[in-house]
Design a protein around this ligand. Structure first.
Ligand code: NDP
Ligand code: 8X3
Length: 250
């Protein structure tokens, strides 16, 4: 059996964790990444009845730690076939003039530079094997800027630009690259964005938000297409959401 190996960043929560569960159902071998080791251990325990799981605990902001973690993969997990660049978050929702520069640094460092570091560490072996599939989790915020979204939207616009650049540069090497761009998904995203402020509990109220499992199923669909099919860019909203600012609530 030709078992594929997937590395998922941000596998401790939300979309990344659901994707790990979805891939395990299909017996894809998993390398699960995140900063919270206790959570990595819980996900590993839940999934290793279905597939082989290895965990890597590191912060994608730390270039050296990222390289070291990926270079430390044991032989049986070292040839990554599928990379899901998912780790990321919004930090704050403020008019530009009131923005906290720590929040700006976090979003640029995690959502943009972290994605670059992880990809830089993984792509040499994909290029050597002339095969691989990279999926970057962008956002509807990468297609449309919304009020107070300024730097988060910029970070996700950057993810889309990087995706296009990667697809061009990986093209001679037979590597697929694409982006999946969700609208509102009910995860810990808003808890992180609003730093424990109760407003986070209202974001997904009054309409049927996307669930992380919805995105995980779409990611599995994308990675299970035949080799000649590359879903390059996909935007998915909950039905109640028309764009970044229009959401039909009860
Ligand atoms: P969650 O907060 O539920 O999950 C975020 C994940 O990213 C966690 O597993 C977290 O792991 C990881 N992460 C965050 N910072 C770092 C870091 N510095 N180093 C390593 N890992 C990190 O949010 P979502 O599942 O919603 O978000 C996943 C992706 O989806 C993000 O890129 C987000 O921008 C995007 N997205 C989300 C949408 C939504 O509405 N929820 C919509 C569109 C896109 P840990 O804390 O353990 O490190
Ligand atoms: C997450 C979607 O609209 O909360 O990227 O920014 S949104």
């Amino acid at each position: 059996m030709n078992t594929k190996i997937a590395l998922i960043t941000g596998a401790t929560s939300g979309i990344g964790r659901s994707t790990a569960h979805e891939f395990a159902k299909h017996h894809i071998k998993l390398v699960l990444c995140g900063r919270r080791k206790d959570r990595l251990d819980i996900v590993k325990k839940a999934l290793e009845k279905d597939t082989d799981v290895h965990t890597l605990c590191f912060d994608v902001r730390n270039k050296q730690a990222t390289m070291d973690a990926i270079n430390s993969l044991p032989e049986e997990f070292s040839n990554i076939d599928i990379l899901i660049n998912n780790a990321g978050n919004a930090h704050g929702l403020d008019p530009f003039q009131d923005g906290d520069t720590e929040d700006w640094d976090a979003m640029i460092d995690i959502n943009v530079k972290g994605l670059l570091y992880v990809s830089k560490a993984i792509t040499p072996k994909m290029i050597a094997r002339k095969s691989g599939h990279i999926i970057n989790i962008g956002s509807s915020a990468g297609k449309e800027v919304y009020p107070k979204g300024n730097v988060y939207c910029a970070s996700k616009h950057a993810v889309l630009a990087i995706t296009e650049g990667m697809r061009i540069d990986m093209n001679p090497h037979g590597i697929k690259v694409g982006a999946i761009n969700p609208g509102l998904v009910e995860t810990e995203f808003s808890q992180v964005r609003f730093k424990g402020d109760p407003i986070a509990n209202t974001v997904y109220k009054g309409f049927n938000a996307l669930q992380p499992e919805d995105i995980a199923e779409i990611i599995y669909f994308v990675i299970s297409r035949p080799y000649h099919v590359n879903i390059a860019d996909l935007l998915v909203f909950p039905t109640a959401q028309a764009n970044s600012t229009i959401v039909k609530k009860d």
